[in-house]
Write a protein that binds this ligand. Structure first.
Ligand SMILES: [Zn+2]
Length: 161
């Protein structure tokens, strides 16, 4: 019978051991990565790189939290869970839609990080801005201010202060 882990341990290591205990999240700070055997008990290795575009690790001195969730969509088990304060919070298996959505999100995060932008991600950002309250004056408005370098602007009071 497969052990479905609920409470796990974490271990800070320099190198991820080849022989890993079940129910342990191995964390290498020097290599900014965490590795564990899938907590469904299938024994497959799950690598979660810790980076601005990967996972974020929070250590409160006692337990660790990994975000976002771990979704092993390429595994036969299709496990999907959160690791919060050394507790595995199980989600239902990822559907194909969620897998696609997760991949799109990863792509978008990478694009943002590496500075390439496409129209799609711009649209999404605009949607997010609308949701999160009144928009602040954007960069486009600032660009419309009169330029002080020109000599006839100096003779008149600026229209916008
Ligand atoms: Zn699994």
């Amino acid at each position: 019978m497969k052990a479905r882990w609920v409470t796990i341990k974490h271990e800070f290591v320099e190198f991820i051991p080849k022989q890993r205990q079940e129910g342990v999240l191995y964390i290498s700070i020097p290599y900014a990565t965490a590795v564990h055997n899938c907590f469904c008990g299938c024994g497959l290795k799950v690598v979660t790189p810790i980076s601005p575009v990967g996972w974020k690790l929070t250590f409160d001195g006692d337990t660790v939290t990994l975000s976002p969730s771990v979704g092993s969509s390429s595994f036969p088990c299709r496990s999907h869970y959160f690791i919060r304060r050394n507790t595995v919070v199980w989600c239902r298996s990822m559907s194909q839609d969620e897998i696609e959505w997760g991949r799109a999100r990863d792509r978008e995060a990478r694009d943002r990080y590496f500075g390439t932008r496409d129209d799609l991600s711009e649209t999404r950002k605009a949607k997010r801005r609308r949701r999160s309250g009144p928009p602040s004056p954007g960069p486009s408005r600032r660009l419309q201010r009169p330029r002080r370098a020109s000599s006839d602007v100096d003779l008149h009071a600026p229209e916008e202060t």
